[in-house]
Design a protein around this ligand. Structure first.
Ligand SMILES: [Zn+2]
Length: 341
């Protein structure tokens, strides 16, 4: 962001910083929840693994810039990284690969990859929107290389459109991508309802201001029926907590309790169709005070262990949390896409 200390405009840190993720981890530790969880050790994704969904040119460029003294940029000039950024991005993708494998093979029933940088905006040939490699897509790509007939549903509840995941799998009949996002927030020109690919892409561009009522309706009417109809081998989630009501970048109103209930809906349908196999990768979420509680509530639901309540729970009482007619209209339109499956 523009700054000029000489004119009295102090620089401020980038919205995408490590603190939000560190503080989720801290809350999981101090709440005692960590003691109840199995930990999956991440590793760096190899170049061949990254290349299952990214071009060689993109991987090479990031690697080259990462080795320079000042680092480089993911690909849109708003995704800066420092020296060593390649190794960190490869570690994030590798963490997603390891968790995907652990869930698919039954080592754990479900899991959450608390990784950074995020991935869901990165397309095949470049990074964008704070994302360098498409972590979740790489995990799917690596698994599909071993098992080409693998069927996956990728649900994206980050407030921004999951354009990277969508574009990577837009021609793939075995990967159903579903993105719920604030209409035209970011990117400004993607995420519309009429982009369906080969029938396995569903966009639900919800109006700004949508609360838990709108999200529950979208899950009950579109997301859950789509998963039931598609019958995947595993359900994966691009999990952004920037759809939360205290997020500085989004204008949606999900609460920690709302994220918990959405998690339960996915766990129930995953139990029905794929023995409960469900994994999530961390995406956005920029409130350093509230994203940790959203993360904790998702992990509490996934693990079945409850340690803490939400000190910001008053957001659940906001009058606008109920389903509104203009939100219902979008979801009803998206429901028509179920016939493509
Ligand atoms: Zn986001």
């Amino acid at each position: 962001m523009p700054s000029d200390p000489g004119a009295g405009l102090q620089p401020y840190r980038n919205y995408e910083h490590a603190e939000t993720k560190k503080r989720i981890h801290e809350l999981v530790v101090v709440s005692g929840l960590l003691d109840e969880l199995a930990r999956i050790t991440p590793r760096k994704a190899t170049e061949n693994e990254l290349a299952t969904v990214h071009t060689k040119e993109h991987i090479e460029r990031i690697k080259k810039e990462s080795a320079t003294r000042l680092g480089g940029d993911g690909g849109d000039l708003t995704t800066p990284f420092a020296r060593g950024g390649y190794e960190i991005a490869a570690m994030a993708a590798g963490g997603a690969i390891e968790l995907f494998d652990a869930v698919l093979s039954g080592v754990v029933k479900n899991g959450y990859a608390l990784i950074r940088p995020p991935g869901h905006h990165a397309v095949r040939e470049r990074g964008m929107g704070y994302c360098i490699f498409s972590n979740l897509a790489v995990a799917i790509g690596v698994a599909k290389k071993l098992n080409p007939s693998l069927r996956v549903v990728a649900v994206d509840w980050d407030v921004h459109h999951g354009n990277g995941t969508e574009s990577i799998f837009i021609e793939d009949k075995d990967v159903l991508t579903i993105s719920l996002h604030q209409d035209r927030l970011y990117p400004h020109d993607t995420g519309d309802i009429d982009v369906v690919g080969v029938g396995t892409n569903i966009n639900i561009p919800l109006p700004a201001g949508t609360g838990v009522g709108g999200y529950y309706y979208a899950f009950d009417e579109v997301v859950v029926p789509a998963i039931r109809k598609f019958k995947p081998d595993i359900v994966v989630v691009a999990s952004g907590f920037d759809s939360a009501y205290l997020d500085p970048l989004g204008r949606m109103m999900i609460t920690a309790e709302g994220y918990r209930n959405l998690t339960r809906k996915l766990m129930d349908v995953a139990q029905e169709v794929c023995s409960g196999k469900l994994m999530m990768t961390h995406e956005g979420g920029y409130s350093a005070t509230y994203a940790p509680f959203c993360g904790l509530f998702v992990l509490q639901e996934l693990s079945g262990v409850t340690k803490l309540s939400d000190p910001f729970a008053h957001g659940n009482e906001y009058p606008g949390q109920g389903l509104q007619p203009h939100q219902r209209a979008v979801v009803d339109k998206a429901r028509e896409l179920l016939k493509n499956l």
